[in-house]
Design a protein around this ligand. Structure first.
Ligand code: NAI
Length: 349
């Protein structure tokens, strides 16, 4: 099924408002989800609406949250989301961080007590659109073995970075710190397919190609990804006074309780370090130089981070965004949710 960006946004907003979100919150979530589907990040778009709707309907997301924003220093702040919907609170935290970085050169804003906030590229791009450089990172539920270990400990803890150029391009690097997202394993499972032996381990901690045998995912690039996911956990969890590692709340176990997740935004104003126009021109030159390289065998061009998502978005603007039929049917139906997620394990099984 192909839908326009506007239709997809409206369908998701209507469903989330029906589940119990305020108009404003439903608007904020739908904007982040539409961004994800539009860029081809389908793992973090409309596919999540039913889960959010169930959590909202069951009280695991506060529908009229009282956000508490507290400046803790000239460049630092905390935003307590009162377990409101993550996308809305994380967006508000980023807006505050941009404002503070404009005034003080740098801002570090810790967003606490939120639910899942979706594709992090959305938030950092908001900063780059205003000539800022930004980083954002967050915790997620434990489903990844530490390097050399056998039990899930950290989440897929993503990191995103964005920077402006002197033209319409934005550099948006946005990745989970695992080799592969859980959604890809689930997809292989549903098709009865094997997976590459680099994605996941079985209960003994051995690499597995059997998608049904997956006990945990593995960090990207072994000890390096393991270190990165630990860094994300510390900066967006312990640093903000929140639970760490394996103690981070599960996505599905209890949909009646708030998840108390954390997210850290760091925004840097280039004007406090260099000439902004020269900086942006240099980044444009960097991208031009990369694009001029002859592609390696098997590649049609060299892409910069975020470029393929933008290319996908342009194609979707012409053809419509591709949405799985079942998801579209759910979005246009009168059902709020089908009671499918509450009480499930970390893999929604
Ligand atoms: P990915 O593997 O699709 O892409 C990672 C990065 O590589 C992106 O910046 C992309 O632009 C870049 N890239 C991909 N192909 C490229 C190429 N050929 N040349 C140059 N750059 C290229 O992303 P991943 O790791 O699957 O993450 C997907 C989304 O999931 C992200 O938006 C992330 O924020 C989100 N996420 C959110 C979580 C949460 O709890 N909120 C947890 C985990 C992931």
């Amino acid at each position: 099924m192909r839908v326009s960006k506007d239709e997809l946004f409206q369908l998701m907003k209507t469903k989330l408002a029906k589940a119990g979100l305020t108009e404003e919150a439903a608007d904020a979530v739908s904007d982040v989800l539409t961004f994800a589907d539009h860029r081809g990040i389908h793992s973090h778009g409309a596919v999540r609406v039913e889960y959010y709707a169930e959590r909202i309907a069951k009280g695991g997301i506060t529908n009229n949250p009282e956000f508490k924003f507290e400046k803790t220093g000239p460049s630092t702040a905390l935003l307590d989301g009162d377990n409101g919907v993550g996308h809305q609170v994380a967006k508000l935290g980023m807006d505050k961080a941009i404002e503070m970085a404009k005034e003080n050169g740098v801002a570090v804003v810790g967003v606490t007590n939120i639910s899942h906030s979706g594709a992090l590229g959305y938030f950092v791009e908001k900063a780059a659109e205003q000539d800022m450089v930004a980083l954002s990172m967050c915790q997620s539920d434990p489903m990844v073995v530490p390097f050399g270990g056998t039990e899930p400990y950290f989440g897929t803890n993503p990191i995103a970075f964005a920077a402006p150029t002197n033209d319409e391009r934005i550099i948006t690097f946005d990745m989970a710190t695992t080799v592969q997202a859980w959604g890809k394993v689930l997809d292989a499972r549903s098709k009865g397919q094997d997976i590459p032996d680099t994605w996941a381990v079985n209960a003994k901690g051995e690499p597995t190609t059997n998608s049904r045998d997956v006990h945990a995912l593995v960090p990207v690039a072994g000890p390096k990804g393991y270190g990165l996911m630990m860094m994300v956990d510390i900066l967006s969890g312990s640093l903000l006074g929140l639970p760490h590692g394996v103690h981070v709340s599960s996505m599905y176990k209890d949909l009646t309780a708030g998840r108390q997740l954390g997210q850290l935004h760091v925004v840097i104003n280039p004007a406090y370090f260099t000439d902004v126009t020269a900086f942006k021109k240099q980044l444009s030159t960097m991208l031009d130089e990369l694009k001029e390289q002859s592609p390696a065998p098997g590649f049609s061009e060299v892409n910069f981070p975020g470029e393929r998502g933008k290319q996908r978005a342009e194609k979707y603007d012409e053809d419509g965004i591709e949405i799985v039929d079942d998801i579209y049917d759910y979005l246009v139906s009168d059902n709020i949710h089908f009671d499918r997620y509450h009480g499930k394990n970390r893999f929604a099984e």
